[in-house]
Each structure stands twice: as C-alpha cells, then as structure tokens.
Design a protein around this ligand. Structure first.
Ligand code: NAP
Length: 454
C-alpha cells in the first residue's frame, strides 16, 4: 500500500490514482470464525477484544460494479466493534453467511475472517463500472448503511429494506483496514477542514443521533424542546447534545464522572447529572425496579429545567428504560436505538399510556439523513468528538477501552495515515470555526492523561 499512500500524499491526479495497482492483499483488523467460541464460560466484561482482534494481511476481494476500492486513511471504534469482538449477542459470522447466500457478489463476504469497522475516511482508488458520482482521487467519509435498492421498501426509507445491513458488522471488508470496498451509495464528501481521523469518527454515531432526534423518522425534535440524553459524553450522546443545542433545544446530560460533567459544560451543556455521584440505582435487585429512584431523577431534571423532558434519548436499555418512560413529559417521546445493558426491557406501562407517551424506535440512518448530518459537520455546525487516536495495531486496546466505558466521545484509528493531524485541505475554514471547538474532546482527554492518576 506504500505506493498508494505516496500518491495520496503527493496529491496525485485522478488519472494517476486510477492507474495505481490495487494490491492482492492488505492489512486489516479482523476476528476469526474458528475463535468464535473462545470466550465461552466467561462473563461479558471478561471477554477481551485484545485477544480476539487480530491485525494481519487478508486477500483483496473482487470489486462489484456498484462499489469502489477505498484507501482507508482512518477509521473508528464503534460499540459494534465491541459486539463483534466479544461475539455477542451473536457471532457476526452468521450475518456474513446470510449475506453470502444472497447473491454471487454477496458470497465474497462469507469468509473465515471478518474484517471489522463501520466508519472510515479515505480516498477512492477505483470505481466499479456502475458508479456514477465518484471517481478515483475523491476524498470521502463513509457511512455504514449497506443497502441495495431492489426492495420496494428501500425507496421509502432505505432503513426499511429487508436486506439493510451495517457495513463492517453485518458485512465483511470493514473500515478498520488499509483498504476497503464500499458501495457508492455509502460515500459522502470528506469535511475539508478536518483531519483524516476527525473525519472518520462521525458517520455512524452522528447519523444515528441525527435520525433519532432531527430526521423525519423518529423523535422529530422541535426548537425549544427539552431533551434528556443518557451517556451524554459518549459516541451517540456527544452528537445528540450538539444537535439539541444546534436545534434550539435544551439538553440535560447524564454521565458518570465529574470529568465528563466538566467536558459537557465546555461543550455548552448547562445541565448535567453525574449518575455515579448521585448514586442512582434504578434496580433494587435483579427483578425489581425502585420507583422512588425514578421520581428522584424526575425531580432533579425538573429542578434544572422547570419541566419534564419532551424527549428522552435512550440507548443504555434495561438499566434505564423504566426511568426514561417515567420521567418523559406527558405526550413526549422516548427514542431508543440500543440496549447496551440488556435488551429485555421493563417499564410501567401505566406511565406510558395514561400520559400518552410514545416509545419510538430508530436504527442508524438512511443515505439522505447521513448526508444531511455530514453537511452539518462540513459547515462546522457540529464538531467531531474524537478524543483519542490509536494505530491500527491498537484496535484491540481501543475496543477494550470502549467495552469498559473508559473513553469519552469517539476513539479514532489511523489506518493508512502515517500520523495524526493530516488531511486538512481547508485551513481557512478550520480557523474560522475555531480549533478549540473542533478539538475540545481531544484536549480534554489529553488534559486527563496529564493529570496525576489520570
Ligand atoms: P459509548 O460511546 O460507549 O457511550 C455509551 C454511554 O452510555 C457511555 O458513555 C455511558 O455514559 C452510558 N452508559 C453505559 N452504561 C450505562 C448505564 N448502566 N446507565 C446509564 N448510562 C450508561 O457507546 P455509543 O457509541 O454511544 O453506543 C451506545 C449504544 O448504542 C451501544 O449499545 C451501541 O451498540 C448502540 N448503537 C446503536 C446504533 C444503531 O444504529 N442502532 C448506532 C450507534 C450505537 P456514562 O457512563 O457517562 O453515563
């Protein structure tokens, strides 16, 4: 891949990039089918991505007509990287096998290794024969909605298509690698004022938060809405808070440390609850929730904003859903996209129906929603929440940190990019938006590392 990196760094022309030879193999982060039972008998928290994620050479797949070969400059860790690497709730090889049965192009994916990663920034190297809007040399960010348009439902909303998948999780050849194949309809222009790694961390989490809050398909936040955000300094929450502020709403963030409270204040979130400091325990035991704790949280939120939240932004799942349904305003919405702490959910249905609340589901984003979110980032209205950057060899360690909630915002991974800080082509725009805004999460993480005991 060295000749490809050199051409990109020399800003080679489209024709020169198109003439580059695609190597027969490339470096990637992957899990192995023959290890999918390696953690049997261990608790979830004991399953260690550093043991299951391997870095090595894998064969380059053939290119389908609607795909491009992408030189991946940077990628990111998502929670799905954690799920794949601990083989929970199911090993992802089942997804690959299902895709493999779909078509001859799908069959490429059913392999004994799964190249992971659902985010990327990079450069188009070669475009398949059916690709119209992209050419070699284009600098792009990649979103992970892997869909084809042969299901009628996809034409209403591609997330409704029965064969909708998440690239790098339910498909092979993901972004945590030096090379990838992606469909042309996953490509978006790379924000020109951001580095490769700042551009690589946004698409999955930011687009998910956008659909949950802003797009037509979920909670449809209005100006002035009060929005309670769980995990407000995490991957989804860090973008959710910004979208609420950008849309004229009032976020109330919930986090689990004073450092995260401080970070959110710097982001502009005035009302932040430290759930650990406040010792919230919504479950009295494994089977019983403590309604008094729901009331205590509701009261604390009202003390902040003088009202109940119009929207609760949910993803922890079992540990918080009872409280979320309880504290939502009469007629309000609980929007959920995940269940990190458990998917068998329990809440008191009386609080839902008697107060006319709605639980709204959401899952990633369609191309239009991802594109709209990318535009907000490109305009500098929403900032990347990259906090730390790892080398590809550090993918397992980075996934371990996300698994154990040791991170803030997003963790970036350098793939072909030899160092951090490269890839900015519009320094004037960067200066106008403000370095301090763009790098808030990075500076905060660095300050914690420099603190004794940090
Ligand atoms: P993340 O960066 O790890 O952030 C999650 C946050 O949740 C953490 O920062 C943590 O914040 C909070 N949290 C963890 N345990 C909690 C608990 N018991 N009670 C309350 N809060 C808790 O992960 P993420 O990227 O935001 O993803 C979150 C979940 O959404 C994952 O399950 C992921 O798979 C899913 N997801 C789904 C989609 C989709 O399209 N459906 C897209 C993206 C992510 P504090 O400890 O500071 O409170």
């Amino acid at each position: 891949m060295q000749h490809i990196l050199e051409a990109i760094q020399a800003e080679a022309s489209s024709d020169e990039i198109a003439a580059l030879e695609i190597p027969e193999s490339y470096r990637a982060a992957f899990v192995r089918r023959d290890e999918q039972e390696m953690f049997e008998g261990r608790e979830s928290t004991e399953k260690d991505p550093r043991e299951s994620i391997h870095i090595g050479e894998v064969p380059t797949p053939e290119l389908a007509p609607d795909e491009v070969y992408l030189a991946v400059m940077a990628s990111s860790i998502n929670f799905n990287t954690v799920w794949t690497s601990i083989f929970e709730p199911l090993p992802t090889f089942g997804f690959l096998d299902r895709l493999g049965r779909e078509s001859s192009w799908g069959a490429r994916h059913a392999l004994d290794h799964h190249v992971i990663g659902s985010d990327a920034s990079g450069v188009v190297l070669k475009a398949g024969s059916a690709v119209r809007n992209w050419k070699p040399g284009d600098r792009v960010a990649v979103h992970c909605n892997y869909v084809d348009d042969q299901d009628p439902a996809a034409h209403e909303d591609s997330m409704l298509a029965s064969n909708q998948r998440i690239w790098g999780f339910e498909s092979n050849f993901g972004g945590l690698a030096d090379l990838s194949i992606v469909k042309a309809n996953q490509l978006m222009p790379k924000p020109d004022h951001l580095t490769w790694e700042e551009s690589a961390v946004n698409a999955l989490c930011a687009s998910t938060s956008y659909r949950m809050l802003v797009g037509d398909n979920a909670a449809r936040m209005k100006q002035g809405d009060n929005v309670l955000v769980w995990g407000a300094s995490g991957g989804l929450g860090g973008y959710a808070c910004q979208l609420v502020l950008n849309g004229g709403g009032t976020p109330v963030g919930i986090v689990s440390s004073s450092d995260k409270v401080d970070l959110l204040h710097q982001l502009g979130v005035e009302h932040v609850i430290d759930r650990r400091e406040e010792r919230y325990e919504f479950w009295a035991d494994e089977h019983t929730q403590d309604e008094r704790e729901w009331r205590r949280l509701g009261k604390q939120v009202r003390n902040f904003i003088g009202d109940d939240p119009d929207i609760v932004f949910e993803h922890p799942g079992r540990s918080t859903m009872g409280a979320s349904v309880f504290i939502t305003k009469r007629g309000g919405k609980i929007v959920t996209c995940a269940a990190t702490t458990g998917y068998m959910i329990e809440y008191d249905n009386r609080h839902l129906w008697m107060r006319l609340k709605q639980i709204v589901s959401s899952h990633f984003a369609n191309y239009a929603e991802a594109w709209q979110m990318n535009q907000l980032i490109s305009k500098g209205r929403i900032q990347p929440i990259l906090s730390k950057t790892f080398d590809l060899a550090g993918t397992g360690e980075a996934a371990f940190q996300v698994h154990h909630n040791q991170h803030e915002g997003k963790l970036g991974v350098l793939c072909l990019a030899p160092e951090s800080g490269l890839g900015i082509t519009n320094p004037e725009k960067r200066e106008a938006i403000g370095e301090s805004k763009i790098t808030l999460f990075q500076r905060h993480a660095a300050s914690l590392e420099n603190t004794p005991g940090g």
